[in-house]
Design a protein around this ligand. Structure first.
Ligand SMILES: [Mn+2]
Length: 319
């Protein structure tokens, strides 16, 4: 992976000058944003800096294996920092901080934007946006390697977590030469692959089993070949599952043969979230999601609209 040398040089000197550094991850955190944030935290700490890693939402319990995940600070109280990293955030509002701290996005602050979403508007003062990178943690890895910053065992475990989750354990179509190459370099640095695969891919809570049962029961295919499922607020209540337990469900639904693409609609209070996936070469689900004000990647995207789900009952006359 090739990063812009001029941008790298500016980022290198910004890091050198800074002491207190705030790292911001996206809301509803996933393995990639947490891996990027916590990986940076460990590297900056090893460098002798004073980093803080934050997220507006709590970190999901499945990621408890990540080294020092308890260091995550919930939300941002002030922005009296020398330098900021914003990681894996395709849009400023995903930080949850765009209204409280708009000055983070007006170019007046030392903000490094590291991301791989095509929708990214390059809102940072410095931007490392690589849209063909399978994970934001790959960009973090390349930046640390190029700037010769510490990549300890803990850094490597965090970064591999992001790569592992964003490629669906190296099974999604974004798994390319760079993903494998950086994956192997992280393994060589001592990343704990065993705990990543065990905790994330081979552990399923009973509430998740029950929730996915609802998802699978509700799965159907339209005449156009769109594989769909729905989950209501009631499903969450009755199974005792939380929203984070939907993670991965749409990929499973997407495994139905000959799907044009797959959608799961999830009711969350007064919002309906749509998650889209496709394995089809000719389908761009980010374009479909953008029709509903969402976005994402070509093969994986999402949107959220106000409203709730209502079952349409069709009556017919039978003898
Ligand atoms: Mn990501």
């Amino acid at each position: 992976m090739q990063l812009d040398p001029a941008e790298l040089q500016k980022i290198g000197s910004a890091i050198q000058k800074a002491q207190n550094i705030l790292i911001i991850t996206h809301k509803s955190p996933d393995g990639d944003t947490m891996g990027s944030g916590l990986g940076l935290y460990h590297s900056l700490k090893a460098l002798g800096k004073n980093p803080v890693v934050s997220c507006i939402d709590p970190t999901p319990p499945d990621f408890a294996f990540m080294p020092e995940i308890e260091t995550f600070q919930r939300g941002v109280e002030h922005i009296n920092y020398d330098l900021f990293f914003i990681v894996d955030c395709g849009a400023t509002h995903l930080t949850g901080q765009h209204e409280a701290f708009p000055e983070l996005f007006d170019g007046s602050r030392e903000v490094i934007n590291i991301d791989h979403h095509p929708t990214n508007t390059r809102y940072g003062k410095y931007n490392l946006v690589v849209t063909n990178a399978a994970a934001a943690t790959m960009i973090v890895y390349q930046m640390l390697a190029d700037l010769e910053l510490p990549i300890t065992r803990d850094v490597a475990t965090c970064l591999l977590t992001g790569l592992y989750t964003d490629t669906g354990s190296f099974m999604h179509s974004n798994t390319d030469v760079d993903a494998m190459l950086i994956g192997s370099k992280l393994l060589a640095k001592g990343a704990n692959l065993r705990s990543i695969s065990k905790e994330i891919f081979n552990t399923t809570k009973i509430s998740t089993m029950r929730l996915w049962g609802r998802v699978l029961k509700n799965t159907y295919q339209t005449d156009e070949g769109v594989t769909m499922s729905v989950v209501t607020q009631k499903d969450f209540q009755e199974t005792g599952a939380d929203y984070s337990e939907m993670s991965g469900a749409v990929d499973y639904v997407n495994s139905v043969p000959n799907s044009l693409y797959s959608v799961i609609l999830t009711e969350r209070k007064d919002i309906v979230k749509g998650s889209l996936r496709t394995l089809n070469e000719d389908v761009d689900v980010s374009a479909i999601a953008s029709q509903y004000g969402g976005g994402g990647h070509v093969k994986a995207a999402g949107f959220a609209v106000k409203g709730r789900l209502e079952k349409e009952v069709k009556w017919k006359v039978v003898e």
